[in-house]
Ligand binder design. Sequence first.
Ligand code: KG4
Ligand code: ZN
Length: 334
Amino acid sequence: MNPIILAIESSCDETSAAIIKNGKVQNNIIATQSVHENYGGVVPELASRAHQQNIVPVVDEALKGAGVDLKSLDAVAFTQGPGLLGALLVGSSFAKSLAQGLNIPLIGINHMQAHILAHFIEDPKPAFPFLCLTVSGGHTQIVLVRDYLDMEVIGETQDDAVGEAFDKSAKLLDLPYPGGPLIDKYAKMGNPEAFEFPDSEMQGLNFSFSGIKTSFLYFLRDQKAKDPEFIKNNMNDICASLQFSLIRMLMQKLKRASEELGIKEIAIAGGVSANSGLRNELQRLAKDKRWNVYIPAFEYCTDNAGMIAMAAHFKYLKKDFVSLDASPMPRMKF
Ligand code: KG4
Ligand code: ZN
C-alpha cells in the first residue's frame, strides 16, 4: 500500500497543507497569520477568517509542489482537535467536502498526537517505548509513546501551558505575540542567574506555571516602581532568567519520568521545542544521563500539516477513517 494523502492543519493560527506519498512528506506549506501580533494573543474570529482566505491557495500550492493532482489522492486528513472551534471548522469543512467530492476516505487527526508523530518524518527516529515532552501554546504534557497510535499522557499542566507562560511573560515585557521566540532571542545574550522567580511545586509528573507567572508579574511591578527603565535596561537578563526557570521546571519532571519508567529514549515536540535553551539543555542531559534525545527540525516543531500527514499515513494503514459527519473536537483527548 503506497497511499497519497493530502493533510490540512487549521487548529490555531497557522493554515497549512502537506502531501504524504508512501510515508514521505513531500511538500509542507505553512501560511502564518500575522494579524494577531498586535493583540497579545490569537483572536479566534480573526483566525477563522484568515484560514478561510488561506486554505485554497495553501492546498493548491501543496498539491502543485508535490506534483499531485486531486484525482490521484487516496485520502484527505484534517486536524479534528484540540484547537479553536472556528479555526478547526474551516479545515474540517474543507477536508470533508473534498473527500466527499472525490469519494475517498477522510482521516481525523489529533493535533497533539501529530506533534509527537512529527518524529517519524525524518531520521533519526525514536524507538518504542519513548517519552515525549510535548510543549506548545496550549499544552504541556509528558507522554508515554508505546506505538505510533498508542500513547498515554502521564503528566500534564494543571493550569497554563509553558508556551502560554512564555507568551504572557513576553506581553508583560511589551513584546509582540508570539513572545516565545523573542524571549529565546534575548535570552541568548543574557545571564540566566541574574534574577530568581519562585515557582510552585507540583506533585508527581504534573506541571503548574501559574506560580511563576505571578512571581514574574510582581517582580516586574516592584522593579519598575524603583526604575521605570528597568525592563529596557535588563531585557536580556530578564529573558535569560525566566527561560532558565521555565526549562528547569520542565526538565525536573522529565528526569523524574525517565527514572520512574526506566526509559532513556526521550523526545520533545510542539512549538516550544524550537526554543534553543531547551534544545541545549536536552543535549547536555543526553550526555549526563545517557539519554537518546530526539528533537524535530524547526519546520516540524511549530504547527504544520507535515505532522498531520505523517499521523494520517499511520491511520490510513490501519484503515482508521472517520465518517463525513465527523465534527471538530476543540478539547479532543488521545
Ligand atoms: O505548537 P505551536 O506552534 O502551537 C500550538 O499548538 O500551541 O506552539 C506555539 C507556541 C507559542 O506559545 C510560541 O511562543 C512557542 O510555541 N514558541 C516558542 C519558541 N518558538 C515557538 N517558545 C519559546 N522559544 C521559542 N523559540
Ligand atoms: Zn501545536
